[in-house]
Design a protein around this ligand. Structure first.
Ligand SMILES: [Zn+2]
Length: 246
């Protein structure tokens, strides 16, 4: 299995989490950097561990201080062979940790960077779906809607051929709409992730999430889709390889 979105650098013991993931059958992890320092740390983990690759970007929460020089440095970091995607990037009008203007600028700039480098882009959208879609309207590259939580975006996502990645919140009892959405995603467009250390799935809800727990999300997804767990695991492995080149 693969966890396509974890923040290993935000865990107390990333090495232990990687080992526990392996024991649980999660042999590949994509770890996400959220600012330049975090991206360097993510790359260091990816260099050290064979099954770990890195997604590098500046998170919308960190948009407030981002400047052109940061993008130039991000471009350099993305040249690393284990840097597989740009992100996460997008718009967050829910937390509003950064002003909207800089978030929009940074999102557009990272989309350009992804297009220039021919890498997929990993999208974070929260309470900003219409603006996120508007910004993505001219983007022709590969995109992943990470921690998919907006079922009304599904028709557009499928029409645009974007990957749809489900996290631990799809396992919550009340998340019937997310499981219905998961059942509608074509086999070659579905992904699974933890977004650890956040959003631990149902059986371990409230705990600190880690990549091993993506197994619970896989179980909920295969159940929702009426598929054999082993078939879905194989399919998502294939999809992740196609999307991220891992
Ligand atoms: Zn994330």
């Amino acid at each position: 299995m693969i966890d396509t979105h974890a923040h290993l650098t935000a865990l107390d013991d990333p090495e232990g989490a990687i080992a526990r993931a392996r024991e649980a059958g999660v042999t590949r992890i994509l770890t996400v950097g959220t600012d330049l320092d975090d991206c360097r740390n993510a790359l260091a983990l990816a260099e050290k561990h064979e099954g770990v690759s890195a997604i590098l970007g500046i998170h919308p929460h960190n948009a407030g201080n981002a400047a052109d020089a940061d993008l130039a440095e991000l471009r350099e970091l993305l040249a690393h062979p284990k840097a597989v995607a740009v992100g996460e990037t997008g718009l967050d009008w829910f937390r509003d940790y950064a002003p909207r203007g800089p978030q929009k600028w940074l999102f557009a700039a990272q989309l350009e960077l992804a297009a220039e480098l021919g890498k997929p882009v990993v999208i974070h959208t929260r309470a900003a779906d219409e603006d996120t879609l508007a910004t993505l309207s001219g983007y022709e590259g590969v995109a992943v809607l990470h921690c998919f939580s907006s079922p009304h975006l599904l028709p557009t996502a499928l029409e645009r051929g974007w990957y749809v990645s489900f996290a631990g919140n799809a396992t919550f009892p009340k998340a019937v709409d997310l499981r219905l959405a998961a059942a509608q995603v074509p086999a070659d467009r579905i992904l699974a992730e933890t977004d650890s250390p956040y959003l631990a799935p149902q059986p371990v809800r409230g705990e600190r999430n880690e990549p091993a727990y993506v197994t619970h999300t896989f179980a909920a997804l295969s159940n929702a889709r009426g598929e054999e767990p082993a078939d879905l695991e194989r399919q998502i492995d294939t999809n992740a390889s196609a999307c991220f080149g891992v």
